[in-house]
Design a protein around this ligand. Structure first.
Ligand code: SF4
Ligand code: SF4
Length: 144
């Protein structure tokens, strides 16, 4: 298991969620899988006045999950933890979104998925360029 980071993490050059996720407040401008037009090589060009959805979103890595090398842009997976929703029968879930075609088939990504699964959360894999959050991906590993 990875050691917890000693200092709060920063996104650095990662802008994975600026492409893979539609950000609240930018939905019309930045639908899923279209890079937000505020993305620049040096980072977000509107960072001080970015929408609330951008400012409040924290992927699992930013909150301390995994190693430094498992930052989403490096791992090829954007992992988000969702809390349990017992009223509709859902436990804690890890949603892993592929950031490139077949990203989950890479050895380091598969190891990350195994680690998430072993930790006891239900793991769902969202294929690269899948539309719609409501599906929350396919169970990983596949049942059967
Ligand atoms: S995916 Fe995570 S680390 Fe990358 S920019 Fe978004 S919040 Fe930051
Ligand atoms: S406004 Fe900035 S932080 Fe928000 S999605 Fe666009 S580039 Fe990313």
């Amino acid at each position: 298991m990875a050691s917890p980071p000693t200092a709060p993490r920063r996104c650095g050059p990662c802008q994975a969620c600026c492409t893979a996720y539609p950000i609240e407040g930018l939905l019309e401008e930045s639908p899923r899988w279209v890079p937000c037009h505020h993305r620049k090589a040096q980072g977000c060009s509107v960072y001080p006045r970015r929408p609330d959805g951008c400012a409040t979103f924290r992927c699992a890595w930013l909150d301390g999950w995994g190693s430094e090398g498992q930052r989403p842009d490096l791992l090829g997976l954007l992992v988000e933890f969702l809390p349990a929703r017992p009223r509709i029968g859902l436990g804690e879930r890890a949603i892993a979104t592929e950031l490139a075609p077949q990203a989950a088939a890479r050895g380091d990504a598969r190891e990350a998925l195994r680690t998430l699964h072993a930790a006891g959360r239900a793991v769902y894999l969202v294929p690269y360029r899948a539309r719609g959050f409501e599906t929350l991906g396919r169970p990983w590993p596949a049942p059967g």
